[in-house]
Write a protein of this length. Sequence first.
Length: 185
Amino acid sequence: MSEIAPPPGGGKIADSLPFRPLNIAVMTVSDTRGAESDTSGKLLAERVARDGHVLAARAWVKDDVGEVQAQLKRWIADPGIDAVVSTGGTGLTGRDVTPEAMRPLFDKTIEGFETVWHMISYESVGLSTMQSRACAGVAKGTLIFALPGSNGACKDGWDRLIRWQLDNRHRPCNLSELISRFLEK
């Protein structure tokens, strides 16, 4: 696991707690990228491992609602997958369908993710953040995050937001510690 820098936004890491790695799947949504040319998916996969988690699966799917949903449904049904982070397909073009594919599968949307994502993205790309439809939610106990396809967006999304919320030691709270409670009635 990499050395821990202070989390953004006033949070802190409780060093007294043991780190609990999560099983994370990375999905690249693209009509043009594959295993060899997928720099943003590679970046996310490397960061998952760097930060002490397990890269449980990796997939490349076309910009197609049915293909994105089929892969996501397999991972949602897999008890060995705690979270999914996708890259690509969150823009405004006709082929960008990741939010349309993912949102119907969410049991709950994490609205705060979109707000914080745009705050972080604005610091990097200014008003261009308006073109992003990054989103997050919970589906049958699995955390799902959809990031844009650029390396910069993946770095910002993971390093400044997702990484901290998937670290059970992040205080005052984090999404990791809620995973076991997502399905309670």
